[in-house]
Design a protein around this ligand. Sequence first.
Ligand SMILES: Cc1cc2nc3c(=O)[nH]c(=O)nc-3n(C[C@H](O)[C@H](O)[C@H](O)COP(=O)(O)OP(=O)(O)OC[C@H]3O[C@@H](n4cnc5c(N)ncnc54)[C@H](O)[C@@H]3O)c2cc1C
Length: 540
Amino acid sequence: MSGTQGIEFTADVLVIGGGPAGAWAAWSAAREGAKVVLADKGYLGSSGATAPGGTNLLVLPPDRELRDAAVRQRVEASGYLAEERWIHRVLDQVYTSLLLVESWGYPFVRDENGTPMRNHLQGPEYMKLMRRAAAKAGVRILDQSPALELLRDEHGAAGARGVSRLDGREWTVRAHAVVIATGGCAFLSKGLGCNVLTGEGLLMSAELGAELSGMEFTRQYAPSAAFGTVTRGRLLNWATLYDEEGQELEGHGNRGGLHRLLHEGKKVFAVMDKADTEEKRSILRQSHAIFFLPYDRAGIDPFTQPFPLTLRYEGTVRGTGGLRLTEDDCSTTVPGLYAAGDAATRERVTGAISGGGAYNASWAISSGTWAGAGAARYALSQGRDAGQRLARPAGTAGTAAYEAGAAGSFQAQDVIEGVQREVFPLGINYYRSVPVLKQSLQRLDALWSGMGGAVPDTVQARVRSREAAAMAAAARWMYSAALGRRETRGMHTLAEYPQADPLQQHRLIVSGIGGIRLRPEAVPGSPAVRIETLQEEVRT
Ligand SMILES: Cc1cc2nc3c(=O)[nH]c(=O)nc-3n(C[C@H](O)[C@H](O)[C@H](O)COP(=O)(O)OP(=O)(O)OC[C@H]3O[C@@H](n4cnc5c(N)ncnc54)[C@H](O)[C@@H]3O)c2cc1C
């Protein structure tokens, strides 16, 4: 690739990531009058967690009483880390945005009264519409163009640099504002749609000094057929689960039994025998066709034949952690840097519990809309052309620039496997305890400090190296935060601290790459927590 001429673009706003959050951000920025470029690692319309399946949404009609009750219930469920005001903002935004989606031609299913049921979006149809909406609004779309590092100058974020998988050329986009919408980090655990979600947006932003929050709430594993990648586990509610001896798992709705047996190295089987009529089976097949693909390919009838189950780790995709937002427009602590969707922390609306299953999809729409508009306003206020900024690439670990002239080469696959050995095992990440997490963090730190070496100059190697570095960074942030939260709250547990501690009703802010820092942050509107007395405790 050396010697190949790169491609240069200038924009007001660069959006990195083309899932729903990125698509909404790009559309929203363009609507504000900004010149927008969107770069996606895959293809806007079929890449990321939503595109291949679809999502249920948190959406309520604008009925004050109904909403107030639902919001109060959600704040309680969130372990009191969510904020009523933000949940209301999301509900308001999603309601209007979905009317827009409908006006663009999305065919919502209607109930018996003819009312559209706007609480579910089929991924392929939704994302096809979003691509069309973004393109129509004038967004320049760069498909198959993973971003590798941000550009910075003394004012803050100034664009990004990446490579095109289509022609092998390097691209540079100079912009006054950047929206990070790269989704969560699923650590290449083979969940459908998640193989592109490796956390570079988090690493790139942290390299500019951005902070993260909620990284301890990352304990979600999804059941899937052992031979498949589809983790849309809702359909498994129609299954009976059996152990190796053919004994039905007691209360298998409680997935704990599944986690425990798999953790002990035993096998678990499922058969979807609760769908016991042809009619039910046909409805399930029609509503979630993608779920059945791996079974059809393997020649298994899941309604009558038992199949082995596994658990796939979902990291921050259905966890909560991501970039910390400072204002209503989804800005971060870095001027010109905005975050949306799963790349941003969802704590303000989900608190300590998973964002998957309804919140995340609504969050992607709302935060995307706000981040795009915020980035556009900021960019347009800058006046001069973004191309005039003297910006330089800010990448560190896993970039070609990282160890320029260093001996040896960066072994991305070794780093990836090393990280996976720490984050996949249920015995480390699901059944969390202080000594086990500490040891794991030490191994991750060692992996991090041994990550030098030059990166081979091919597109695939450069992308893989950055993915490896980002996964290592995300794992270290997760376990540092997990050790800093010495209690059990929502998704996070520690064996030694089985209860929620009222004094820890705060957020944990993580920052830094080489050396990781933690600090507590009070939840606005929450009863005051003695934050200052916790300063010592959160240092691991
Ligand atoms: C199995 C499953 C089921 C789910 N079900 C639900 C549900 O029912 N309800 C719900 O609310 N949520 C659900 N979720 C979560 C939901 O899918 C996500 O919250 C949503 O997709 C987030 O949108 P996003 O745009 O932030 O990220 P994504 O949709 O994941 O998109 C991220 C995009 O960023 C791109 N990207 C990544 N790195 C780079 C890079 N370096 N350069 C350029 N581009 C990059 C990717 O290619 C991708 O297109 C589910 C998730 C999974 C995995």
